[in-house]
Design a binder for this molecule. Structure first.
Ligand code: BJW
Length: 250
């Protein structure tokens, strides 16, 4: 059954098929990055209201930065897994390929993906509260908490999107455009509950795309998906890739 479905999906993946992929925390779980909502998820241990809202940062920027410093420490130790690596290969294989991620861990880039739409920002970037300047920062641990802008001395914040904040308009426009244009949309390792990211597969389906979900557990999107692979991203994506190679050799 799994093998047949893998074959059916791989057969739809012609080189000129526009493909979009939306990833979430689940794709990095096999690398050792905690997810948010499942077993062992961050929101089972911590309250999002205390750590991932602009109000929380205004209330206690030190606490929020300490939490991000801890997560940066975890993320600095991990490596991309076969799920990330497969998507990097697909970017090179398919001329019309859009990778949209909700993840802030930078693992898609580490795996070799070049054109990444990062909807929720990047934990390895900071933003100056006074000037809005975005900078790379790979210090683990951070040299000071909260960190300060080297040019104006104002406080920096993590360049991530918290609840109640708008997503970057350009990134979101690119994500909407890719979702409307694609013929196949893979939805990998997301609980599909956080908007507007969760609306992208719906937009793709309304525009006529087939939606393929890869997740060990069902989500609110499952009922709408054309294919649902109940498995890990690091297993299913390489299986699809192997099938693609086989088809191109035949
Ligand atoms: C595996 C696996 C393996 C495990 N392989 N899979 C419309 C309706 C209702 C609410 C709203 C709405 N529009 C906006 C909102 C409000 C809010 C929202 O969506 N709330 C809902 C939760 C109810 N959205 C926002 O506030 C957004 N802003 C916005 O829309 O601005 C305008 C606006 C504001 C206010 C009102 C209205 C409009 C911003 C959202 C920002 C989300 N930020 C976070 C933190 C980022 C920074 C950080 O990391 O510190 O982003 S929260 C967290 O959730 C993080 C994630 O990117 C995001 C999604 O989580 P994800 O990736 O799906 O992870 P999990 O853990 O939930 O799921 C993992 C999945 O993997 C599971 O299904 C597992 O089964 C699976 N899995 N192992 C494959 N090996």
């Amino acid at each position: 059954m799994l093998a047949e479905e893998i074959k059916s999906v791989a057969e739809l993946m012609d080189r000129d098929t526009p493909i979009a992929v939306l990833t979430g925390a689940g794709i990095s779980a096999e690398s050792g990055v905690p997810t948010f909502r499942g077993e062992g998820g961050l929101w089972r241990q911590f309250r999002a209201e205390d750590l991932a809202t602009p109000e929380a940062f205004q209330r206690d920027s030190k606490l929020v930065w300490e939490w991000y410093d801890w997560r940066r420490g975890l993320m600095a130790k991990v490596k991309p897994n076969p799920g990330h690596q497969t998507l990097a290969r697909w970017e090179a294989r398919f001329p019309e390929f859009a990778l949209i991620t909700q993840n802030i861990d930078g693992l898609h880039a580490q795996a070799g993906s070049k054109r990444i739409i990062e909807l929720h920002g990047n934990i390895w970037k900071t933003r100056c509260l006074a000037e809005g300047q975005v900078s790379d920062n790979n210090d683990v641990p951070l040299k000071e908490i909260p960190p300060r802008c080297p040019s104006c001395g104002a406080m920096l914040r993590p360049h991530v999107v918290w609840f109640g904040e708008s997503l970057d308009a350009d990134e979101l426009d690119r994500a909407f455009a890719a979702s409307r244009r694609c013929r196949l949309m893979f939805v990998v390792g997301t609980s599909a509950v956080v908007h507007p990211a969760a609306s992208l597969p719906v937009i793709a389906a309304q525009a006529g795309a087939l939606v393929i979900e890869i997740n060990p557990d069902p989500t609110p999107l499952t009922a709408e998906a054309d294919f649902s692979f109940r498995g890990k991203a690091g297993d299913i994506l390489p299986l699809l890739d192997q099938q693609l190679m086989k088809i191109s050799r035949d």
